[in-house]
Design a binder for this molecule. Structure first.
Ligand SMILES: [Zn+2]
Length: 143
């Protein structure tokens, strides 16, 4: 009797596991992503100024001395909050919206620093809205 019950249970368990695999609800993402609009993303990269870079490479007529740097990151690593890699963004320049979190970034002091920006990545515009900014040194201490 006991054996029958445990066999039944394991059959149930297997059926359950199989069906959840088949449906692949693995993307019951617990994060605040909005399909087609934005995805919660961690993007790590090197801080640099798009204006200064284009000026030195192509002679773009920008004056960061007057307007301030136009900071972005050159992405070295990128994944969504579920841990899935977003390889398409690696190597790209990622602009970020000025938020409370990005106030921690000083275009002069942090030029060339490695930073992780976490927040909504908007597909339509290809910019990130950081809710959190972590410098590489801080991450190192944590891990
Ligand atoms: Zn600049």
């Amino acid at each position: 009797m006991k054996l029958t019950v445990s066999i039944l249970i394991s059959v149930f368990a297997m059926t359950f596991a199989a069906s959840s695999f088949a449906e692949e609800p693995g993307h019951a993402c617990p994060h605040a992503c909005k399909p087609g609009a934005f995805e919660m993303t961690h993007a790590t990269g090197t801080l640099y100024c798009v204006g200064c870079a284009l000026k030195s490479e192509f002679g773009a007529k920008v004056d960061c001395g007057k307007s301030g740097h136009l900071m972005a990151i050159k992405v070295t690593k990128c994944e969504d909050y579920c841990g899935d890699e977003k390889a398409a963004l690696v190597g790209a320049t990622l602009m970020y919206l000025p938020t409370e979190a990005t106030k921690a970034i000083d275009g002069y002091k942090h030029y060339g620093a490695t930073v992780t920006l976490s927040g909504r990545y908007y597909f339509a515009t290809g910019v990130i809205e950081p809710e959190e900014v972590k410098f590489a040194a801080e991450e190192g201490k944590k891990g």
